[in-house]
Design a protein around this ligand. Structure first.
Ligand SMILES: *[C@@H]1O[C@H](CO)[C@@H](O)[C@H](O)[C@H]1NC(C)=O
Ligand SMILES: *[C@@H]1O[C@H](CO)[C@@H](O)[C@H](O)[C@H]1NC(C)=O
Ligand SMILES: *[C@@H]1O[C@H](CO)[C@@H](O)[C@H](O)[C@H]1NC(C)=O
Ligand SMILES: *[C@@H]1O[C@H](CO)[C@@H](O)[C@H](O)[C@H]1NC(C)=O
Ligand SMILES: *[C@@H]1O[C@H](CO)[C@@H](O)[C@H](O)[C@H]1NC(C)=O
Ligand SMILES: *[C@@H]1O[C@H](CO)[C@@H](O)[C@H](O)[C@H]1NC(C)=O
Ligand SMILES: *[C@@H]1O[C@H](CO)[C@@H](O)[C@H](O)[C@H]1NC(C)=O
Ligand SMILES: *[C@@H]1O[C@H](CO)[C@@H](O)[C@H](O)[C@H]1NC(C)=O
Length: 284
């Protein structure tokens, strides 16, 4: 798996989206081509269908669920994770959509993963819950640079998010494990909203490592952007900036609470140019 350091850029799309990005926007689907195929109507197929149906149903009760079905070579492991700031209705809608889409898109694949802005769904014939994995990942960003007046934005971003990552590692047993959103105003000029979250099965050390690697990838690609978002198999990191034409900030946000724009990771209602890079499964 260390070979996964080598990145394959499968896809480099530049999409211009002339309206708000819907919160349940699809980001990417990865069908693992080297994991092999199963045959329709076999036990594995039935176990997978049961698993996806269970995940879909469970998403109206929790933001995270993991499940194993079947025995021996017919065993399927699966999970979903909704971002910590979405409610049950949104989580359920996202996971439902994801389970349908992953079945259509990765027909007969023994392993696949799908990312949306609001959730991710994954299944595999191998146990993966506690392992730290960084690929396949997907990031999206605005195509708008922050104004020069923001000064040392990149440095502030790294420092602030580094601090949020450290704080989030203390939340492994909270209601929304490892989810933390922070909003900080700089120079009374702009607000920086930072969001981090790990899969609840990671231990705190692996969670911190996952978030640090994701943050590194995000600052490398998008550290001068107005907003950016990265999803990896085990964690997500995003930031968003907004100008201080907003009303005064509420007290600093804590895990599970909402900022004034807590429901809205992505700036809505404006033309956004979105850069999409997809880093593929390795060893295809
Ligand atoms: C894809 O499947 C192969 C074969 O099972 C496995 O070695 C590899 O780790 C998988 N890739 C990812 C990204 O999980
Ligand atoms: C697996 O199934 C997919 C979809 O049915 C197909 O495109 C692909 O060629 C198959 N791969 C192998 C190795 O059979
Ligand atoms: C799988 O089973 C369904 C319903 O029993 C049937 O309609 C379909 O033709 C079967 N597919 C294959 C590939 O055997
Ligand atoms: C999920 O819910 C639907 C509708 O209530 C039900 O038909 C289905 O059996 C459930 N799936 C599982 C695996 O429990
Ligand atoms: C989730 O995974 C853990 C193993 O890490 C397992 O003990 C637990 O039973 C799983 N939950 C379900 C509902 O299968
Ligand atoms: C859940 O969140 C969505 C999107 O923010 C919102 O439209 C919806 O009203 C919320 N539903 C509930 C029950 O709070
Ligand atoms: C699978 O996803 C890819 C990329 O998201 C898309 O281009 C393709 O049309 C999808 N295939 C199916 C069968 O949905
Ligand atoms: C942390 O991740 C590594 C690599 O996936 C794994 O081997 C290790 O077991 C994980 N640590 C714990 C405590 O689960």
């Amino acid at each position: 798996m260390e070979a996964t350091k080598k990145l394959f850029v499968l896809l480099c799309l530049f999409l211009t989206i002339n309206q708000a990005i819907s919160e349940s926007e699809h980001m990417a689907t990865f069908c693992n081509e080297s994991s092999g195929n199963f045959t329709s109507n076999t036990t594995y197929n039935k176990n997978l269908n049961t698993l996806l149906s269970t995940l879909s149903n469970q998403s109206s009760f929790a933001n995270y669920y993991n499940l194993t079905t079947g025995l021996a070579s017919d065993t399927v492991h699966g999970m979903f994770l909704c971002t910590g700031d979405v409610n049950r209705t949104t989580c359920n809608a996202c996971v439902k959509k994801a389970t349908i889409e992953i079945t259509k898109n990765c027909t007969n694949h023994r392993e696949a993963i799908i990312y949306y802005f609001d959730c991710m769904v994954r299944y595999s014939d191998k146990f993966f819950l506690t392992t730290l994995e960084t690929k396949p990942s997907i990031w999206w960003s605005s195509h708008d640079l922050v104004p020069k007046s923001y000064g040392k934005f990149g440095q502030r971003l790294s420092e602030k998010m580094g601090e949020v990552i450290v704080r989030s590692s203390l939340l492994s047993s909270s209601f929304s494990p490892y989810y933390l959103m922070d909003t900080t105003r700089f120079d009374n000029l702009y607000d920086l909203e930072s969001i981090v979250q790990c899969s609840p099965h990671l231990d705190p050390t692996n969670c911190t490592t996952c978030l640090k690697l994701a943050l590194q990838e995000l600052t490398d690609c998008c550290g001068d952007q107005v907003w950016a978002f990265i999803f990896t198999p085990k964690c997500l990191v995003s930031f968003d900036t907004s100008t201080s034409s907003l009303p005064p900030l509420p007290p600093p946000s804590r895990s599970g609470s909402f900022s004034i724009r807590g429901n809205n990771k992505i700036l809505g209602g404006m033309a956004l140019a979105v850069a999409v890079w997809v880093f593929a499964f390795l060893g295809l």
